[in-house]
Design a protein around this ligand. Sequence first.
Ligand SMILES: NC(=O)c1ccc[n+]([C@@H]2O[C@H](COP(=O)([O-])OP(=O)(O)OC[C@H]3O[C@@H](n4cnc5c(N)ncnc54)[C@H](OP(=O)(O)O)[C@@H]3O)[C@@H](O)[C@H]2O)c1
Length: 318
Amino acid sequence: MTVGLKTMSLIKSSRRVRRSLNVRNVSDQLLADGEVKKTRISLNINTNMLKIGFLGGGKMAQALAKGFIRAGLSKGDMILASCLPNDTGSVETFKAMGSKSVFTNNTVIDYGDILILSVKPQVVPQVLPELKNSKKLLISIAMGIPLALLEKALPQGTPVIRVMPNTPALVGCGATVYTRGKHAGDKEAEIAEKLFSAVGFCEEIQENLIDSVTGLAGSGPAYICMVIEALADGGVKMGLARSTAYKLAAQTVLGAGTMIRETNLHPGQLKDDVSSPAGSTISAIHYLEQHGLRSALIGAVEAATLRCRQVTAEFEKK
Ligand SMILES: NC(=O)c1ccc[n+]([C@@H]2O[C@H](COP(=O)([O-])OP(=O)(O)OC[C@H]3O[C@@H](n4cnc5c(N)ncnc54)[C@H](OP(=O)(O)O)[C@@H]3O)[C@@H](O)[C@H]2O)c1
C-alpha cells in the first residue's frame, strides 16, 4: 500500500498546525483565585538550564533524565538522583550521563530547583515527610497519588504538578499528561510541559481524568507489546523467522500509529482503506471481531483505570 498525495499533504498540514499552536487547557487566570495566589510560594528557577533532582533513580527517572539532557533543557552535571545503595545499575546509568547520584533524598531536595518524585507509589508515603520543608517545584510521576495528598505534605503554597508519563519516554516517544496543583501557575506548567515534551507528546488534563490516562497510555505499552508478540507468533506460525516477525509486527504498529497521529484521519477510515472486497484483511477483521478484540481492549483500559482509582482510594484512606 502507498500513502497517497492527499494523505501526505494532511501529514504536512497537521505538523504545521501542531508547531504553531501552544494549546493549554487550563489557564493560570482561571485556576488561581485570590486566596491561593496570596499563599503561593514564588520560585526562582533558571529555565535556561534546569537544576533537577530525582527522588528515586529508577527506570523512568533515567529515561526522563536522558530526554531532558538530549533536548538541552538540562545538563548531565545539573542532574542529581537518589538511588538506594544496592542499586548499582542505576548509579552507573547516571554516571554514564555525567550525573551524580546519592543515597539520601535530603541532598537531592536541597540541590534541585525542580524535584521529580519518581519512586514507586508504595514508597511515596515514606519519602513525603522528607519534603516537609521543601519550597521547590515538585513534579510527581507516581501513579495514583493525588495532588491533594502531595500538597498536604509540603509547605503551604508549594507548587506541585502531577504527571503521568509512559515507558516509550525511554525512546523519546512518550505520551504524557500533566495536571497542576492549586499553587502551580502558568510558569510551572510551562516548565512541566517543556520537560515532558522533550520525551514525546505532552498535554494538560484535569486531575479527575488522570486515572483513565493511566489505563490507556500509562499501561498501554504493555497491551501493545502483547499485541506485537501475538502478531509475531502468527507470522512464525505461517513460516516467518522469529526475528523478521518481531521486526514486521513492531514496524506495523509504529506505522499504523504514526499514520493516525499525523493525518488525524479516523482509524476506521484507515482500516477501511486496507480492507478490499473479498480480500484477506476483511477475513482477518471478521476473525478478530468474532474473538472480541475490541471488547478485550476496552475492558483492559477499564480494568486498569479502576485499579488506579482503587490505589488512590487506599492512599486517601491512610
Ligand atoms: N514504568 C512505567 O511504565 C510508569 C509509567 C508512568 C508512571 N510511572 C511511575 O514512575 C514511578 C517510578 O517507576 P519506575 O518504573 O521508574 O520504578 P523503579 O524503576 O522501581 O524506580 C523507583 C526507584 O526508586 C528507588 N527507591 C526505592 N525506595 C526509595 C527511597 N526511599 N528513596 C529514594 N529512592 C528509592 C528504587 O530503588 P530500588 O529499585 O532499589 O527499590 C528505584 O530505583 C512510579 O511511581 C510509577 O508509578 C511508571
